[in-house]
Design a protein around this ligand. Structure first.
Ligand code: ZN
Length: 273
């Protein structure tokens, strides 16, 4: 059964309603103990101000979104990407985030070479990892649903992400997001395999029908994912970190008052997670 003391809200869930400062205040006021922060909102707020507010409100930062987008067309683009990723590591360190979420990136422009993109992802993670280790920031590779392999993320299963972890060693783990992984017939075994490498656990629901591939995520309980079952598998690994509600919903939840969204997240977290 869910425990609201372990709930975090990914600020994208109220991204249309709240600035980062407003989200921090609103979540804390509602008694939500955690927040996951997006770097575009962080840039608007300013890092120092964000750190001050998170501390003042006693919030735990369950993740910083995000690093990654590694595949690049040439060396200059690859270097610019590495520099930006190092900046993300620095921000995660200052925020004291539980992990830095890595969304690896899809195909470089004009490319059809998916295996090649995956090699670039491995090499770029390898290049970033020493910097992250030195900063004490753990990288959470988040596999995304295969429908995003072209443009957002060529790491599409937990198995693939764990193979990368095996290869790269300490300082890197995975983010398990039910939206991206619920369909996978070997998910239970892969969650078990992940063990203590699960750094983040994200929940929302898969709506039937889904009207938008990116921005039509459902509130827990409104879709077809057996979230408590997946939660049980994650619990069995010993994962005791925050559980993050992450809902991109342009036509529904982003149009409702922020307070209503937060309250509904809490109610559904209790009932459906
Ligand atoms: Zn996620």
């Amino acid at each position: 059964m869910a425990d609201l003391g372990r709930m975090s809200i990914n600020q994208a869930t109220t991204r249309e309603q709240h600035s980062l400062a407003q989200a921090i205040a609103a979540y804390a006021q509602a008694g939500v103990p955690g927040i996951s922060i997006w770097r575009d909102k962080l840039a608007e707020c300013g890092l120092e101000e964000a750190v001050r507010m998170v501390r003042d409100h006693g919030l735990q930062v369950s993740g910083l979104c995000r690093a990654g987008q590694f595949p690049a067309v040439d060396a200059a683009a690859r270097q610019a990407c590495l520099d930006d990723n190092k900046n993300a590591v620095d921000q995660a360190a200052v925020l004291g985030a539980d992990c830095l979420i890595v969304v690896a990136g899809g195909l470089p422009e004009g490319s059809k070479d998916l295996p090649g993109a995956r090699l670039m992802i491995r090499d770029s993670l390898g290049a970033l990892l020493p910097y992250a280790r030195a900063a004490g920031v753990t990288l959470a590779i988040e596999p995304l649903h295969p429908m995003y392999a072209g443009d957002r993320c060529a790491i599409n299963t937990l198995s693939q992400a764990l193979d990368l972890c095996d290869e790269l060693g300490a300082g890197v783990g995975v983010a398990v997001d039910v939206y991206h992984l619920w369909w996978d017939p070997i998910l239970q075994a892969q969650i078990k395999r992940a063990g203590d490498r699960i750094l983040a656990f994200h929940v929302c629901d898969w709506l039937v029908p889904t009207t938008d591939l990116l921005l039509d995520r459902g509130m827990m309980g409104d879709g077809v994912i057996d979230i408590p079952k997946i939660r049980e598998w994650v619990d069995d690994t010993g994962y005791d970190g925050l559980i993050e509600v992450e809902i991109f919903s342009a036509e529904n939840w982003w149009k409702r008052p922020g307070g209503e969204v937060i309250r509904t997240c809490q109610e559904r977290f209790n009932k459906n997670v």
